[in-house]
Write a protein of this length. Sequence first.
Length: 164
Amino acid sequence: MKIGRITLSDRASSGLYEDQSGPEIERVISACFDEPVDFVRVLMPDDLPGLTALLKRLADDERLPLVVTTGGTGPAPRDITPEATRAVLEKELPGFGELMRRHSYDIARVPTALLSRATAGIRGGTLIVNLPGKPRAIGECLPPLLPAIAECLEHISGFRPKLR
């Protein structure tokens, strides 16, 4: 299975620090899916037109069943991931963001979780999911989403990845 994973970070993309969020997505997904996963890795600055074009390419041209983003979901002026995602979606699935915010607020006791604007949705046969930008938040938020991700992939592509 081929999965796109996009890290949005002005600082990491300019080399100020190493991207740790993208590898955390890979670690969690590889540990939870039974199938071997081949990742399409992208590290880019917060750029609305660039992300919009990339999401379209990964969904329409490369036909990836799943694209996961990390970063750019907060309230800062350069946080544009939900806007780019909504611009390309055919169907929004707000429950993904709702679950992450609730999980972070109630379980992980992160009082700032309410600032997250993460969302998810479908474009063609591709599920696009926005995750927080911190590796710890990815490790906490992504596992509870995986059953819904597997179910959604079955509905939109006919393939259901097996979870461990």
